[in-house]
Design a protein around this ligand. Structure first.
Ligand code: SAM
Length: 348
């Protein structure tokens, strides 16, 4: 589908209009920008990266705070981005984080600002982040069993995560959402316990299917715990009914738990993809635009920025990068190739 917002160029090919939002040739408009602030992490979740970590980006290749703010400003002021999600790597490891949030909160129109985090250290910074303008957080937590947590993350930091969650709720970074990945034979049997724990504290649990984005390239479909299996794990202990609320571009299918109002979400990225409703665009810590988590091409905005391009030129490159977004991630396509970058480097 080619939208009215597209232009027909001199070569007869349709392309993005010279002004306006981040449109792709299938008619989707990206309004949700995921910004990776660093590729470093202080956990070593086994489904994400190896025990020894990865070759982190050199500082010179990472966008400075001013560069991040400039690109986000262009996205918000010229490209129609309405929500900014800070991620990584671990965004709390970014030294200038509070200042970045404050700068984004001062943009017009003010974007919604969210953060995806492992919550290590959040107990210390939640209030300052809320005061700076952070609206809410998603905390990644796959288990509340300390032994299993140590096995999956290779770090014994469960108490820090729990403290971080409590601080986020106390600071009003709500609704506090908890994101979990289930691994067969490790924490899949603990899904009911995790849901009960979240319900008791007022956190919204969302369980996401594991995707082929691990640095070790060890994902395989048979080992993945499907959304259907997840529901089968929960249903003996909870009464789950679809909320019936339109999902829009939200990835989670929401269920009322025991009649509500509490809900649980299941994100079936692999078995029931939602690419047709995708409204996301990603900016990596080294300034590359990715139009999809699974994209194999990137557009180098850092080079443009450091080469002296003005805001109009950068906005125009960004539109071109979005225009080429594929209709779907293609995991089920026999020609599917996992992207070079792992999730931790793209920004989850
Ligand atoms: N460090 C932050 C955190 O822990 O939330 C942000 C980055 S982390 C890569 C973002 C999310 O991606 C986490 O919830 C993590 O569990 C999830 N994740 C990592 N690898 C994944 C994979 N292969 N499939 C699905 N989710 C994955």
């Amino acid at each position: 589908m080619v939208s009215a917002l597209a232009d027909v160029h001199v070569d007869g090919q349709a392309g993005p209009a010279a002004t306006g939002p981040l449109l792709d040739r299938h008619g989707r408009v990206a309004t949700d920008l995921r910004v990776s602030l660093t590729d470093r992490c202080n956990l070593r979740c086994e489904y994400c990266m190896p025990a020894e970590g990865l070759d982190w980006l050199p500082t010179t290749e990472t966008l400075s705070d001013d560069e991040v703010v400039r690109l986000v400003r262009i996205a918000v002021e010229q490209l129609g981005v309405r929500q900014v999600r800070l991620t990584g790597g671990e965004p709390l490891l970014r030294r200038g984080l509070v200042g970045l949030v404050a700068a984004m909160a001062a943009m017009q129109p003010r974007p919604k600002i969210a953060m995806t985090t492992n919550a290590l250290g959040l107990a210390r910074s939640a209030q300052a982040l809320a005061d700076a303008g952070l609206d809410r957080v998603n905390v990644s937590l796959d288990t509340v069993d300390a032994v299993t947590f140590g096995q999956i993350t290779r770090r014994d930091r469960l108490p820090d995560v729990i403290a971080g969650l409590a601080a986020a709720a106390a600071a009003g970074l709500t609704p506090v959402k908890v994101n979990a990945v289930l691994l067969r034979g490790q924490n899949d049997g603990q899904a009911p316990e995790l849901l009960r724990w979240c319900l008791d504290r007022g956190y919204q649990l969302r369980i996401i299917e594991q995707m082929p984005l691990d640095a070790q390239h060890r994902w395989n479909r048979e080992a993945m715990v499907t959304a259907e299996e997840t529901l089968a794990r929960l249903e003996p202990e909870f009464d789950l009914t679809p909320t019936g609320r339109p999902r829009g571009s939200a990835p989670a299918e929401e269920f009322l738990v025991d009649g509500g109002p509490a809900t649980v979400g299941v994100i079936a990225s692999v078995t029931r993809p939602f690419c047709g409703d995708c409204d996301r665009v990603r900016l990596t810590a080294d300034g590359q635009v990715r139009n999809c988590l699974f994209a194999r091409e990137e557009s180098d905005l850092r080079a443009a920025l450091r080469g002296g391009a003005d805001d109009l030129e950068i906005a125009s490159r960004w539109r071109v990068a979005m225009w080429g977004k594929k209709p779907g991630h293609g995991i089920d396509d026999p020609s599917f190739l996992q992207p070079q970058r792992p999730m931790s480097s793209i920004g989850g």
